[in-house]
Design a protein around this ligand. Structure first.
Ligand code: NOJ
Length: 869
């Protein structure tokens, strides 16, 4: 069976690589083999030892079963691996999403990653991770498919930016590290995704693109240089690995014309070599395009297991069994795959949290088929377990702390005693079809509290803004409330707004994952304007009401030019995608129960072109892979705007409060550290366990075994591998990349040495402190931001490197201390393949945003004192 596909996939990939290497015009990804084996480094030693002990007990078929999904809709989770019944091991349940348990009920809907990024609050990120992890755990999930730092957010139009945190790698890196640790503290594996350069939805998958009328035959290639890859896109993945992420999902796109799930450079060299990743690489769903080649290139688990959904064909399963028996894939490589998978399992303590899956991704019916696509084994598949605990409180708290106050000309806070409150816009109410009325949230009707696609969860309820405002006004014995939720009801809008003492206008902009579109936005947004004619809505309200507050529930940056300077707009809030408590969290800020302390995790520019990058909307390589050249390098978001020398409307890191703060007294303390030593030496040879029988009849399906239709198995249906593989070219001989099967000791990566990279990168070279004073009349939160100028001709004006969030009572002062590490001061050096501190003057700034750099000091980094090279 199926080896035809496995090998042909490899041959095609090899042919493409050859063609491209000889074609100077196309970017090329160099081969890097063998795939590094886990070694238990960092704090993985105990988990690694337990994993090895487990793997030693397994037969080859059992090992293959753990690496291969059972096929799309084969079991109850969005992805399940096979099991090891002999040892009572049920296999893995991998479940979306980065903001809650997807496709079930009695779960919470948390604020999105790109929203909580605006809180700049480490403990909030940790708590949100722990709460999401607990909900996955209690539903019986092993791996939560999140958090997201790819896309990073190269272009604001990119459809899935809101699932991740921020286009700034440091903000994203700190947020992902906390989220990973939070999720895993609840006993669930975090799967950080999508590795790497999955920066847009258009052309990420061939079938999807074909469906939209683009006849391409290969997925988009994100073409990138070594410096940009390291200084921008790989950076937060290093933090995720350092935080111990158990899994990493490789992405749909190609990187320099090699598929991300079979890219030996990104998986073997960068992720497992340089970053010292000890967990396992899982493919995105249908992102595997080859069998043996992807095994050599570092893939450890294929999801959902079939080549394309419900084809009953697989690159692994049977074919991986054959490839190990015939010696193509060495035993150490499959042992390493399973050791990595089981290391993650033990690392987060899954063995202490075993709970059978109690929900079903394909239906909410209580009774139904355990194998949905096969329509077999009817039983109770949804136990409707309520896993929400007390999370609603944290969700409301997180969402309100993530709201950014962009403008306040006395409009806020409200008291609740306003004589006449007018509420406008469809964003003020719940979708008329109900909060879950659009599958995977494929609509922007009613208040927008998450984007669309797989990064969603069902709402248990959705508190809309009108309800929350009304509750507040009634509780405060305030005045009249009138609302118009139809953005096009111009006459009614004018009538109400002209009477209102305050008008609150709710506007939105949505985006999502590429398999669904809304109004021709194929995942990525087509533009940066507000949806549903919202500019006209604001115009209509402000035309007759001089106290208008605009609340923006958007996936990211939008153009605000038409209204932000309007004097009748007395306040603007960015609320992001707040999750189930949307209305309450917004009302908390509107009525001053929470003093806003969020800061923008992206820039709001004056024009789309100021971002310097954009989504590629039309293929540019005939039917071949669209070639998306990341020519802007590290200059995205504020780095691009600063470079262009233009002013944004609201800069990265900006946000005001109902109080004010002053900054003073910058102090810089340097710390003696040892000179940076590139990691050297060799690994141990690859460990390998167990004996593999070379007799194919040992792997044939057991007699009278019932094969569930569509289910992917590790067994063979014939003792003749050619027959079992269904590969007409089975014996024709294939050329594999040099060293791919080499299990001998390998040189270590100089920038590697531990999870997250060379441990000395995290040495603290300076501690910078500043005193912040609350100069206003109420208690408030301030995010204190540290930026660095690396000083070189190719460096951005400033880059964020650290921050802290503090709470200050009126007149209270606090001194904030922020560490600066060696990594923070380094550039990637392509020659030595390592980080170096350049000779250019380093300057540190501490301030309230990327443009409000109140304090400044020089960092004296001298090579003589052991800091740099
Ligand atoms: C594809 C998405 O890209 C990924 O993020 C998700 O986890 C899988 N589908 C499973 O739903």
């Amino acid at each position: 069976m199926r080896l035809a596909q496995a090998f042909s996939g490899v041959v095609v990939a090899a042919a493409v690589a050859q063609a491209q290497s000889s074609d100077a015009k196309l970017a090329y990804s160099p081969p890097k083999y063998p795939s590094p084996w886990a070694d238990g480094s960092g704090n993985w030693e105990a988990a690694y030892a337990k994993a090895q002990a487990f793997v030693k007990q397994l037969t080859l078929l059992e090992k293959v079963n753990i690496t291969t999904g059972v096929g799309w809709e084969g079991e109850q989770c969005v992805g399940n691996t096979g099991s090891v019944p002999r040892l009572g091991f049920p296999g893995f349940c991998n479940q979306d999403s980065p903001l809650g348990v997807r496709d079930t009920d009695y779960n919470s809907a948390f604020p999105a990653g790109g929203t909580v990024a605006a809180s700049w609050d480490r403990s909030l990120w940790r708590q949100r991770g722990a709460d999401m992890g607990a909900e996955h755990r209690d539903k019986g999930v092993d791996t939560q498919l999140g958090p997201v730092v790819g896309p990073l957010g190269r272009s604001p139009e990119g459809g899935r930016g809101w699932e991740g945190f921020s286009p700034d790698p440091v903000l994203s890196g700190i947020a992902v590290g906390e989220t990973v640790q939070g999720i895993q503290s609840s006993g669930v594996i975090a799967c950080t995704k999508h590795f790497i350069l999955n920066e847009q939805e258009h052309f990420r998958q061939v079938g999807e693109a074909n469906g939209y009328g683009f006849p391409i035959t290969e997925a988009l290639s994100s073409n990138i240089d070594d410096v940009t890859l390291h200084e921008l896109y790989l950076w937060p993945f290093a933090d995720a690995v350092r935080a111990g992420t158990g899994a990493i999902m490789c992405s749909y796109n190609q990187v320099n014309n090699s598929y991300a799930c079979a890219n030996s450079y990104t998986l073997n060299y960068l992720l497992k070599g340089e970053l010292g990743f000890q967990g396992f690489v899982m493919s995105d769903w249908q992102a595997q395009h080859s069998g043996v080649a992807s095994a050599y290139a570092g893939l450890d688990m294929t999801m959902p297991g079939d080549t394309l959904f419900d084809t009953n064909r697989t690159y692994w399963g049977t074919n991986l069994t054959i490839a190990v028996v015939n010696g193509t894939v060495p035993e150490w490589r499959i042992d390493d795959m399973v050791t990595r998978i089981m290391s993650a399992y033990y690392y987060v303590g899954r063995d202490k949290h075993t709970k059978p899956v109690n929900f079903d991704s394909w239906t909410l019916d209580t009774f139904g088929p355990k194998h949905f696509i096969a329509n077999e084994e009817f039983t109770v598949i949804n136990e409707h377990v309520d896993v929400r605990a007390e999370h609603a409180k944290n969700i409301r708290d997180a969402a309100s702390k993530s709201i950014v106050l962009l403008k306040n000309k006395g409009g806020l806070p409200l008291t609740g005693k306003e004589k006449y409150t007018g509420v406008f816009g469809q964003g003020a109410v719940t979708n008329l079809w109900g909060p879950n009325g659009c599958g995977d949230r494929q609509c922007d009707n009613g208040t927008l509290a998450m984007g669309w696609g797989s990064g969603t969860a069902n709402f248990p309820y959705l508190v809309d803004p009108l309800t929350a405002i009304q509750n507040t006004v009634l509780e405060t014995s305030g005045g009249v409330i009138q609302s118009v939720a139809d953005n096009w009801a111009y006459a009614q809008i004018a009538q109400v707004a002209s009477q209102a003492s305050v008008s609150v206008v709710f506007v939105s902009a949505d985006s999502g994952e590429g398999y669904l579109d809304i109004d021709g936005n194929e995942g990525d947004r087509n533009n940066l304007t507000l949806w549903h004619d919202a500019d006209a809505l604001i115009q209509n309200v402000t035309a007759v009401c001089n106290n208008t507050i605009v609340v923006m529930s958007t996936v990211g940056a939008v153009l605000v030019n038409s209204f932000y300077q309007n004097p009748n707009v007395t306040a603007i809030l960015w609320a992001g995608l707040p999750g189930e408590q949307a209305g309450n969290s917004i009302a908390d800020v509107l009525y001053g129960r929470v003093n806003p302390g969020g800061k923008l995790p992206f820039s709001i520019a004056k024009s789309r072109s100021d971002y310097g990058t954009d989504v590629m909307y039309e293929p540019n390589n005939g039917h071949g892979a669209p070639q998306d050249d990341f020519t802007e390098g590290i200059f995205i978001d504020y780095r691009a705007i600063d470079k262009k020398g233009v002013d944004p409307v609201y800069e990265f890191g900006y946000g005001i409060s109902y109080t004010t703060f002053s900054y003073s007294n910058l102090q810089i303390k340097s710390h003696p550290v040892k000179p940076y030593t590139p990691t050297s030496g060799h690994t141990k040879p690859a460990p390998s366990f167990g004996k593999v029988s070379k007799d194919y009849s040992d792997y044939v399906f057991p007699a009278s075994f019932h094969q569930v239709p569509y289910y992917i198995y590790p067994w063979l249906n014939s003792s003749d591998p050619k027959v079992a593989s269904e590969d007409p070219d089975y014996d024709s001989g294939h050329k594999w990349p040099a060293h791919a099967a080499d299990g001998s000791a390998q040189p270590k990566n100089p920038a590697g040495g531990a999870p997250g990279g060379n441990p000395q990168l995290y040495d603290v070279l300076f501690t910078v402190s500043a005193t912040i004073t609350n100069t206003g009349k109420i208690t408030g939160d301030e995010v204190v931001e540290l930026y660095i100028s690396l000083g070189g001709p190719n460096d951005p004006k400033v880059v964020l490197r650290n921050f802290d969030k503090i709470t200050l009572a009126p007149n209270e002062k606090k001194t904030v201390s922020l560490d600066v590490t060696r990594r923070d001061l380094s550039n990637w050096d392509t020659k030595t393949q390592n980080w170096v501190i350049s000779k250019y003057q380093k300057t540190v700034y501490v301030g309230a945003s990327s443009r409000k750099l109140h304090l400044k000091g020089a960092l004296h980094v001298s090579s003589g004192s052991g800091y740099g090279q």
